[in-house]
Write a protein that binds this ligand. Structure first.
Ligand code: HT7
Ligand code: ZN
Length: 853
């Protein structure tokens, strides 16, 4: 398959100022008539090329007459003589046979679209690129009984009945948009409605559209929508611009959600919630994704991307915006901890592996493979660093300038950075390397203290590792927030300062320090780097108790746990004393909020421990981690039980404090079970049965599912029977088992893949079983290699239905270089097996071939 290169970008030959779509909807045969006003862009004699994917033109007319056209690799090539023409095309498509879930497809009885990145070309012939912006007028017709609701982008214009049991509706979107933001929905839906009055007085009709039976589960999403609309006005000065804003929830969706102009389409898992079926994690995810898609109305829709290499322009910025929103709704420190944990779990391994790519990539084969943690989460960290360097006022000025200057256009990362530079009066020339160089920088920090002269010297050095195609790296701009604390008194010895490392190495001197200082560095995770600061267990334990930045306290505890575990994996000998003491101190500190305590006492994941090692030994890591868990459980059993009892609630409430209690309660339960206490399974089962909410119920189920008790089987059966008609909760049932630490998880997962409720056709279900299993380090890397075989088998089956979702599940197989030669050979063999299959999608080809390098 061809490689698309950023350097080859050319402006479009033809623009399409307006498009009228007439869509006669039917699941088996939908007729799409498109009328495009086309305008030659510049002086050239090139034909009009309209992208098409699987389309057959039934008619092509230019200015009302039959046209001179041909098909080339699925695209429609039309010879045109003048500078402006009216081009009409007609095609018939079959949404019910669309298993890729790109373009127009059917999901649980409704018809909906997904066009980002390149789905519009599966609906009609069009220049499917984000820098062609058009005004859309859409007329659709459908059976009135099966599809009583007809929605599209923009504002509704007119609607009426036809005489054959069908009805029609017309929608008009006044804002020019790229075709990836086009959407329509037809279905038997009901709306949870409300209004929002913008700060300039525009009244916006809001609607969250779902099946009637799900209506009661939409209040949280609606509340999150209104809160986000207000937040974007207050924090970024961004106001909504249409008279309606609709969200539709669908069951089959390749991603989390989609920001189509005025008509967001969501994976139902990011809309539907009630206490009985959704965890706090689900509730938080819903608010974050609702906010994210809403924020795209400005960062993505009003200002869009020139080409797909600029994807992080909208995604990195919008993630940064949604992170800020979520931080403002509860504990900012806990939110930062969660975001950093996510970055380390998903983005750091990506940056260290064969699929590493810069935040602004230089080339791709299939763009949907680039909706990655690097584009989204590292992209957000890059924006965060600019915000740190500029400070809040100048950052806001930069954002205002960007929105004002590029409103209604398709912009580049360079445009964004230039606005920050201009408004911030700052030189970001070297900083731009964050967009061009892949790989996670590593910073070594060494603090030396001379008591005699009361001076401390901090030596900093940075290195960016080689990544595919980038063997040599230049130094980056690394904003590091740091502070010194007195090792004996615990006093702050300095103010927090921002040291920006730009050279390969630098020295920072601190005077007037009679007391031995302890270094707190990269506070708030001010730079997305790996810090190697060689601090003793005692100093880390000290910081975990005394640092005045909660994030830094968490970091110190994590580092202490990591150092302990890495040593124990490497030497087989374990000294758990410092961790036990530090965790005990945290548990006994009554001033700490429970959500923070729950985060702080969690051990690093097996994968993250593996990331610290030259070669991953999954069994040794599992043993070392379990041993520490057991010791923490036993040594602090009194504290865990106290925490468990103190966090019992009478009634469900969704508030930061109640969420923190539930989180800590489940963590405490896990440690009580790890201690081997006789009553642990009974305790978990009691929690499972008495819970009035899914957080507590799932927390108990996770603990039981990892053990060998009789209660485990009972709880899994009860859970299944209770929720067998709720697909989102059944996903949890599959996922909990796929993540289990039991010895027989690989067998269980193979069995579950044959379960009557398992299907690869639904991406959520595929991810719940196959995706979860492949990140279960111990089970997936079982020495026999059957985990690898299982994944490859599932990928091959899924590739035939939905290549995009299949390709996104492949990366765990590509981590073979990190494992011992026997495992590496088995993993490579599966990648080679995939590549040898005739008809493999280009999505899978790109992921598998790059993973073999
Ligand atoms: N911008 C949206 C991306 C998206 C997507 C990409 C590939 C295939 C399917 C997709 N559905 C949605 C989501 C977002 O970042 O807001
Ligand atoms: Zn997004």
């Amino acid at each position: 398959p061809p490689i698309i290169r950023r350097a080859d970008y050319q402006v479009p030959d033809w623009l399409v100022p307006t498009i009228t779509l007439d869509v006669d909807l039917d699941p088996a045969a939908t007729r799409v008539r498109a009328t495009l006003e086309v305008a030659r862009n510049g002086t050239h004699a090139r034909a009009l090329v309209l992208d098409g994917d699987g389309l057959e033109p039934l008619a092509v007319r230019v200015d009302g007459a039959n046209a001179d056209w041909h098909l080339q690799d699925g695209d429609l090539v039309v010879q045109l003589s003048g500078d402006t023409h009216l081009v009409e095309t007609e095609v018939v498509i079959a949404p019910e046979r669309n298993t890729q879930l790109m373009g127009l497809y059917a999901s649980s009885g409704l018809l909906c679209t997904q066009c980002e990145a390149q789905g519009f070309r599966r609906i009609t012939f069009f220049p499917d690129r984000p820098d062609v912006l058009s005004r859309y007028h859409v007329r659709m017709a459908a059976d009135a009984e099966r599809f009583p609701v007809l929605l599209a982008n923009g504002d509704p214009v007119a609607a009426g009945l036809l005489d054959d049991g069908r009805h029609w509706a017309e929608w008009n979107d006044p804002f020019p948009k790229p075709c990836y933001l086009f959407a329509l929905v037809a279905g038997d839906l009901q709306a949870n409605r409300d209004t929002f009055v913008t700060r300039s007085g525009r009244e916006v009709e809001l609607g969250i559209w779902v099946r009637a039976a799900d209506l009661a589960k939409t209040d949280h999403a609606l509340h999150a929508l209104k809160t986000s609309m207000k937040w974007d006005e207050d924090v970024y000065g961004r106001e909504y611009d249409l008279d309606v804003f609709n969200i539709v929830a669908v069951d089959d969706f390749n991603f989390g959600a989609m920001e189509n102009k005025g008509l967001n389409i969501f994976n139902s898992r990011y809309i539907l919630a009630d206490p009985d079926t959704a965890t706090d994690y689900d509730y938080d995810g819903i608010a974050a994704v609702v906010a994210h898609e809403y924020f795209h109305n400005w960062s993505g829709n009003r200002v869009t991307c020139r080409d797909w290499f600029q994807l992080s322009l909208k995604e990195g910025f919008t993630v940064f915006r949604d992170q800020g929103f979520s931080a403002d709704q509860g504990s900012a420190a806990v939110k930062r901890i969660e975001d950093v944990r996510g970055l380390r779990a998903a983005q750091f391994p990506e940056d260290a592996g064969p699929l590493a790519h810069p935040v602004r990539p230089d080339e791709y084969i299939e763009i949907s493979n680039f909706y990655t943690a690097t584009i989204y989460n590292k992209g957000a960290e890059v924006i965060r660093m600019m915000a740190t360097l500029l400070g809040p006022q100048r950052f806001r000025a930069g954002s205002d300038l960007y929105f004002q200057r590029f409103d209604g256009t398709a912009a580049t990362v360079e445009d964004f950075v230039s606005c920050m530079e201009e408004a911030g009066d700052i030189d970001l020339a070297q900083f731009r390397r964050w967009y061009t160089q892949a790989g996670t920088p590593r910073v070594t920090a060494q603090l030396r203290h001379e008591p005699g002269s009361a001076r401390a010297q901090l030596s900093l050095a940075q290195a960016v590792p080689p990544t595919p195609g980038q063997p040599h790296k230049e130094p980056m701009v690394l904003p590091l927030r740091l502070k010194l604390f007195g090792g004996e008194t615990g006093r702050a010895l300095t103010e927090e300062q921002l040291v920006t490392l730009t050279d390969p190495a630098a020295e920072v001197t601190f005077d007037g320090l009679a007391e031995r200082p302890v270094l707190s560095i990269n506070r708030g995770f001010s730079a997305p780097v790996i810090i190697d600061a060689a601090r003793t267990p005692a100093d880390l334990a000290f910081l975990s108790a005394h640092d005045d930045d909660p994030f830094a306290r968490y970091e110190a505890m994590q580092q202490l746990m990591l150092d302990t575990l890495v040593l124990s994996v490497a030497t087989g000998r374990a000294d758990h004393r410092a961790v036990v003491e530090a965790v005990g101190n945290t548990l006994r500190d009554a001033a700490l909020d429970h959500a923070f305590v729950a985060e702080a006492v969690l051990l690093p994941s097996e994968s993250f421990i593996g990331d610290q090692l030259a070669q991953v030994d999954p069994d040794a890591i599992f043993r070392a981690r379990e041993a520490l868990r057991a010791e923490l459980g036993t040594a602090l059993e009194r504290e865990w039980r106290a925490a468990y009892d103190a966090t019992e609630a009478n009634r469900f409430e969704y508030s930061p404090a109640a969420k923190g209690d539930r989180r800590l309660r489940s963590v405490a339960l896990g440690y009580i079970a790890a201690s081997g206490a006789n009553d642990a399974a009974a305790l978990a089962f009691r929690q499972f049965e008495r819970a009035d909410n899914m957080t507590d119920r799932q927390g108990a189920l996770v603990t039981l599912a990892g053990g060998t008790s009789d209660e485990r089987v009972a709880a899994l059966d009860i859970f299944y029977n209770r929720y067998s008609d709720n697909p989102l909760v059944l996903d949890k049932w599959f996922q909990v088992q796929a993540l289990s630490q039991r010895d027989d998880t690989a067998d269980t997962v193979a069995e579950l893949a044959r379960h009557r409720d398992f299907t690869l056709a639904n991406p959520n279900r595929a991810r719940a079983l196959v995706g979860a299993f492949s990140v279960n380090q111990r089970a997936f890397h079982e020495r026999s290699g059957r985990g690898y075989r299982f994944l490859a088998d599932q990928l091959l089956a899924l590739d035939k239905l939905n290549p995009q979702t299949a390709a996104k599940l492949l990366p765990p197989l590509g981590r073979w270089k990190r494992f011992d030669p026997a495992r590496a050979a088995l993993m490579r063999a599966e990648l080679e097996r995939l590549l040898a299959v005739p008809g493999l999608s280009k999505d899978m080809f790109e992921q598998a071939s790059k993973s073999l390098d």
